[in-house]
Design a protein around this ligand. Sequence first.
Ligand code: GLU
Length: 408
Amino acid sequence: MANHEILCTSAARRAAFGYMDHRTWCTKARRVVVKVGTSTLTGGGREPNRSRLSAIAADVAAVHRQGREVVLVSSGAIATGAAHVGLSLPVRGISLRQALAAIGQPILMAAYGRAFAKFGIPIAQVLLTREDVEDRRRYLNARNTLLTLLRRRVLPIVNENDAVATEEIQIGDNDNLSALVASLIDADLLVILSDVDGLYNDDPRRNPKASLIPLVERIDKAIEQLAHKTRSPIGVGGMLTKIQAARIGTESAVAVVIVNGDTSQPVQRVLAGEPLGTLFLPTGRRLASRRRWLAFGATPRGTVIVDPGAVAALHRGKSLLPSGIKEVLGDFQSGDLVVIADLEGREVARGLVNYSKAELERIKGLRTSQIEAFLGYKGHEEAVHRDNMVVHRSLMEERGGGNSARSR
Ligand code: GLU
């Protein structure tokens, strides 16, 4: 997605969007995560209600039709499971919640499947746990899956894998999960559909004079203090988890909007630039920090020697394909950092590799169409995707200049 490329760094994004109209963060967003919570789906009832779910699907489908890439993060598995077996919320006890999620998740997905089928949009279920975002290898796997679905115009619907997530490995609430997903896929915007209008300067349930804060440029202590621990009666999150999510999002260069999910067509209207809810401006430079992590943070586990054609392709911003690989040194697993070097052994780039050493040994030099036959399964097209790579020129810049290639 060419348009997405220009949005890569916060600075570039600011330059592209201009400072004046902050809502262009919404109108220009190409990749969007929408989070819908249990209370928005149930509308105060016991279980996700069909008309609310259809309205959300119609709203999301409309922005999908605009050509944007959309990921939906939806709660509601536990509530659906509870209603199915005749229990009322809230349900306490981790094993019961796990069981109810296992019951409710497929029912919820079937409902989404029907709702999005009306708009001709195929859906996919992606269930994540904390380890999937913390462990670099699993992080890359999750990222690859989500990006592949988006490329194929499928709508991924994400939830926490509640059926297996015990407390120690839980993310715990879908506000934080949605921000982690937005960060994982380099989204431009996260829209959190809430049961309140946005962030207020006081608790609106207690103080009728409280007023909505339309724009937060930076989440400071004062903003954090506004996030009273207002737990929603049936969902898990309150404003506290929403502010945590906004922090993760904005520090990852994602703009975040908290908006009332009960408004009509909230997603379309936010993306049309209507000043609804609270907009949190991105502050972070996630790609820069990731590039730093690639350049300095991690220890390379091996070296991949590539031919001159591949070197030229890398300099043109392309991914490294197995066809350009001549030799594989060291010992690494998929997801590890490797150095990419030319035939003279000079470092050209470094990046996170999609294959283990043993796999690359089998497919080096092969064309993409041959990979499956040699591996016995359909692997990734790219040995190292350009999104997970720092090429030599920028590597040198990030090391503080210098032109000389380092040889190994
Ligand atoms: N993952 C939970 C569910 O689907 C909800 C978590 C939340 O409400 O934030 O029921």
